[in-house]
Every structure is written in C-alpha cells, then in structure tokens.
Design a protein around this ligand. Structure first.
Ligand SMILES: Cc1ncc(COP(=O)(O)O)c(C=O)c1O
Length: 383
C-alpha cells in the first residue's frame, strides 16, 4: 500500500489534445519514456556490433524482477516473458494435472484467450467445462456470481480459469475464496491478470495462484505482442510450448550452443518465448513497470476511484446499470437503459473523439492516470 496521492499524469503520455481516451482495457497508450526505451532498443539493433552476450540476458532478468515486485512474487525465477495471454494459458493447459473425467470451471463470457485452450484440452482429454453464467438481475449480482463459481468447484475439478476482474463488465472475482475452495478440492487456480494487474493490487503471496498470465499492452502499459507470466513451482518441470535454445542451461555460451543441452534454466525459464531477449519489447516493459511501481497499483486504483465515483452517480440516475459492489474503478461495464440506442451513442462518441469499448448492450469505460475529471464529464454529456 502506498500513501502516494496521484494527480493526472497526462503530460507523461503521447496523447493528443481533444481526445477523451477512456479505453485502457482495449489498448493502453504509451508513456513517452516507454516510447524512448523502444527507440533505444531499435537503435541497438541497428548497430549490432555493440551487442554483448549480457545484453541478451540481463535486461530480461531485470524485467522479471520488476514484474515479480509488482505482483508480490518473492522469486523472479518464476516469471517468464511470453508473446500473448493465449500463449501463457496454452502453456498452462499443456501442463495441468488431469483428473480422469474431471471438470474445469470458467465464468461465462470470458475473453477467448482464457477459454479456447481449456476447450481444446477438454476435447482432447474428454473433460467437462463448467461455464458459470452471471445472474441476469443486477441485485447482488457479483456476490451471487462468485458464490455460483465457488459452488461449481468439487473434488473432480482440475482448475478454475478466471480473471481478477471480468474483461467486459469489470466484475471482481473473489480470488482468495476461490483459492481456498480450489485448494480443498486439489484443483489449480489459473488467473488471467490482463485486465487488472498494474492498475489493481495483486499479491502472489496472498492469492497463491498456480499461474498468473498478463498480456502487457493494457494495464501494464507495455507494447503489443508481449505478456508476462508467473508460474508456480508446480510447473517447474513442465513442458514448454516451444523448444528454444535460449531457455536451456548454459545458453549464454554462444560458442558451444551445439553442445545440445537437455536441461533447462531453473524455475519458469523454460516458458520464455523464443527470442525472449527482445531488444525493443524488453526495455519498453522495463520502463513501463518501473513507472507503475513508482505510482503503485493501489494509488492508480484510488485515482481511478476519484474519477469514476461522481461519474457513476450520474450514470445511475440516467438509468445505466453496472456492477456496484464487486467491481474495481479502472474498468466498468455500463448497461444502457432500454430506451437508449447503443449505435447512436457510439456514433456520437466517435464523432466527438470520445473512446470507450462496446460489448453487446454495454459500454466499457476504463480510465487511467492520463485521464482527469473533465474526461469523465465529457463522457457524461453523451449518456
Ligand atoms: C481478459 C483478457 N485476456 C487476454 C486478452 C488478450 O489476449 P491475447 O494476448 O491472447 O491476445 C484480452 C484482450 O482484450 C483480455 O481482455
């Protein structure tokens, strides 16, 4: 927890004037410092004769340590750099301990990257997928939905594949309670942190997930095509998706790479993507996470709270419905009142350069530290 009280940080980003960008859950903008780090990486590649062997390994170690710090993970050896959330979740599925005739529990309407790998596994191993849809009524919706998920877990459950907060409507899942139930049932807890980690505190020591996978281009403020993943020591002896040389023991001895090596580097190193020394993405991620650690996810969440609380009061008065008990402040799905036409709203917002996402009959509003109250007031005008 931090005492830091954040103010609007827009000047640190490369956003244009006249744009109301409330869509971090779609794609974050970049910090100027992160852009500079990417350009420096590009320049490094332009003059490869400056590259040293350490340049392949040390920045990645630094990135792993920073991400470990962000998620409260005591050992950065358990972190891997991957290209996407689907890659990480497919890695998980390749290594889950299967119970014959078992089931996997997923909340309804999850992002496909946290569904397809489990569906494939279910097909291959003849397993049941238990999809737990939310209640249709908004009264205590989040509380009831969480309870339904807990009730679906039994001794045949292989895993719960879930997120900290639902990508479309922002419902928070009670990961501590789900961890407890999964532990009792000897089931794994797999968390997709893409829509929360960075903007909301997550503590590996408290939640103790089996895996936590985060695409980095949203609330981690990183580039596209990167994800950071935590794999618990349970996965230490698993099979990676790809067999790249970089992850093997002694891979820094470039002269001896054809002394083929069966052993991997320790921890989750085996799950790094090929070419994980990515000279552009790694420094960009380092710069973004360093900044997040200065701000802290707690203070980012509190800043977002200060923006959305007055806004949501107005939205409620205008008949919009949203999860109001089990939700964070950085991602909120607003369901339109029946008389509102979503297409018309979409048109008006687009022509006024107000950016949110549309998910069925709901709009998804996801602010960050580059927003201010004027941005929320601007959106409010169109509701
Ligand atoms: C919850 C969630 N997970 C993951 C992703 C991205 O997945 P991937 O990296 O596989 O494209 C998104 C993108 O919107 C998402 O909302």
């Amino acid at each position: 927890m931090s005492d830091l009280h954040l103010t609007c940080q827009k000047s640190l980003f490369d956003l244009e004037d006249g744009v109301t960008y409330l869509n971090c859950a779609y794609m974050s903008p970049l910090l100027r410092s992160t852009m500079d780090a990417g350009v420096a990486g590009l320049r490094q590649k332009a003059r490869p004769y400056h590259l040293q062997v350490d340049d392949f390994f040390q920045p990645l170690e630094k990135l792993k340590s920073l991400f470990a710090e962000l998620i409260g993970c005591p050992n950065s050896q358990q972190i891997a750099l991957q290209p996407s959330a689907s890659y990480g979740l497919s890695t998980v599925c390749k290594n889950l301990r299967i119970k014959k005739g078992g089931n996997m529990v997923l909340p309804g309407g999850q992002f496909p990257s946290n569904v397809y790998p489990f569906r494939e596994l279910a097909k291959k191993k003849d397993l049941e997928i238990r999809t737990i849809e939310p209640p249709s009524n908004f009264a205590h919706r989040g509380c009831i939905w969480n309870q339904m998920i807990l009730d679906a877990v039994d001794e045949n459950t292989i895993c719960v594949a879930i997120s900290q907060c639902h990508w479309a409507d922002g419902t928070l899942f009670n990961l501590e309670a789900i961890r407890q139930k999964t532990r009792e049932c000897k089931a794994a807890l797999i968390v997709d942190g893409t829509q929360s980690v960075g903007a909301m505190p997550f503590d590996v020591k408290v939640i103790q997930p089996d895996a936590l996978i985060c695409a980095a281009y949203k609330f981690l403020l990183g580039p596209y095509a990167s994800a950071l993943a935590y794999f618990s020591p349970e996965f230490d002896r698993g099979e990676p998706l790809e067999y790249n040389w970089f992850n093997r023991r002694d891979s820094h001895q470039f002269q001896h790479l054809v002394n083929y090596q069966d052993e991997y580097r320790p921890g989750a190193y085996r799950y790094n993507m090929g070419e994980a020394a990515h000279f552009i993405a790694v420094p960009m991620l380092i710069s973004a996470i360093e900044q997040l650690l200065v701000w802290t996810p707690h203070a980012i969440q509190e800043y977002c709270r200060s923006l959305v609380e007055p806004f949501l009061k107005t939205a409620e008065k205008k008949g919009y419905q949203f999860e109001n008990e089990y939700r964070g402040h950085h991602l909120i799905g607003l369901y339109l009142p029946p008389e509102k036409d979503v297409d018309l709203l979409k048109e008006r917002l687009a022509s006024n350069r107000v950016f949110v996402s549309y998910r069925g009959d709901a709009i998804r509003v996801s602010p960050h530290v580059y927003n201010d109250t004027v941005d929320l007031e601007t959106l409010e005008l169109f509701l």
